[in-house]
Design a protein around this ligand. Structure first.
Ligand SMILES: [Zn+2]
Length: 383
């Protein structure tokens, strides 16, 4: 008789759903493929190999519980709505305390904590009078009060396959083959339906009282895919950081108006093609005989990577389901791919906000024009 607890994905409570057991010391209780920490899981192997990390180490969860709130929402118990994260992942310390006490290596896959931000763009919005300090979500010195949420990927394989229009067998075979056989259990243990893939996770920054998730008096959202060159280093080739900052400004505005704002940040660098591909494409664009033109933007990407985009936006909606969102009043994005995924998922978009022209860096015009021409954006921009 197996000692691994059953996972009944989408069951109506955490207890009925059962814990995902995927810690390094999961042993005979293991019921999932892969381990926690996403892309960082590989570093654990180095630390264990060097004797710096004991594979028997169990996380001490004392004092790590999230602040009050955060569901459960009806979407948590709908097996078709959430397939790429564990909706109970922030509560395992409480929900599965007895199983943990009985020796199961059950770990959180979501963490939530209050925090503060400081962004020069928000300082500028304060100085110009576009935003006003309220000493609740936005202080006079520009300090922004937020709730930070970190989410690791936890995939329910039948659900991910269904979302992508694949059979579970085909999904498992591709995951196994394309990672050079990294997870043999994908093929050898079909009864294990949960996979913790070694990929980047998602951060959520919430603006306003999280208790308003229950009944938001208005919801503003930006779903942003990582672009470290722009987001962190201020590259002028694209609109990523300006859009991110604009999303924060609009999220703050909604929080000040009695609603809630959210910026979702997915680790999907370079449209999930990776940064090496992205920089190769930058060179290819710069060296094209015809110059860096909007017409070449996507063809050069496809020539290097084989495809233009591997983000699979239909998987990105899960985090909004997890937040209980059914309607976005102000949606800070012009991406057709993202808005189509939301609509397909049954999330209503009331108003779509385009980045104001004065926030677009001059050299980013090629990117904007290319995306408009490709029908990537909802509306053509004048500039
Ligand atoms: Zn960018």
């Amino acid at each position: 008789m197996s000692k691994a607890p059953l996972i009944r994905w989408g069951a109506r409570s955490a207890a009925l759903r059962g814990p995902v057991v995927a810690g390094l010391d999961a042993g005979e209780h293991r019921n999932a493929i892969g381990v926690h920490a996403g892309a960082f899981s590989v570093y654990q192997a180095l630390a264990v190999a060097r004797g710096e990390l004991s594979p028997q180490h169990r996380p001490d969860l004392t004092g790590t519980a999230p602040p009050a709130g955060f569901g459960p929402f009806p979407q948590w118990t709908d097996p078709s709505r959430i397939v790429t994260l564990d909706p109970w992942g922030h509560r395992v310390g409480q929900m599965f305390a007895s199983e943990r006490a009985a020796g199961m290596d059950i770990r959180p896959s979501i963490a939530i904590t209050p925090g503060r931000l400081q962004m020069p763009e928000i300082d500028a919005a304060l100085a110009s009078g576009r935003l006003k300090a309220d000493d609740k979500v936005l202080g006079r010195s520009g300090d922004i009060r937020v709730t930070k949420i970190a989410i690791e990927p936890v995939w329910w394989l039948p659900g991910v396959a269904g979302r992508l229009g694949l059979s579970e067998a085909d999904l498992r075979q591709a995951l196994f083959t394309v990672t050079d056989g990294m997870y043999p259990a994908l093929l050898s243990m079909p009864a294990r339906k949960v996979f913790l893939p070694p990929i980047g996770g998602t951060s959520v920054y919430l603006f306003g009282d999280p208790a308003r998730l229950e009944r938001p008096g208005g919801f503003t959202c930006r779903v942003h895919d990582e672009c470290s060159g722009s987001d962190v280093f201020g590259s002028d080739l694209c609109t990523c950081r300006p859009y991110l900052a604009y999303g924060v400004e609009e999220a703050l505005r909604m929080a000040q108006d009695g609603g809630l704002g959210a910026v979702v940040y997915n680790r999907k660098e370079g449209r999930a093609l990776g940064e090496v591909v992205k920089l190769l494409v930058y060179n290819a664009r710069g060296q094209a005989a015809s110059g860096d033109t909007p017409g070449d933007y996507f063809t050069r990407t496809e020539a290097v990577a084989g495809v233009c985009d591997m983000r699979f936006q239909e998987l990105s909606v899960d985090v909004l389901h997890w937040l209980g969102v059914t309607r976005i009043d102000r949606w800070v994005s012009m991406s057709n791919l993202k808005s189509a995924a939301l609509t397909e998922a049954g999330i209503e978009i009331v108003e779509q906000l385009e980045i104001p022209p004065h926030l677009v860096p001059a050299r980013a015009d090629v990117e904007i024009s290319a995306k408009c021409a490709a029908g990537y954006f909802a509306r053509a921009r004048a500039s």
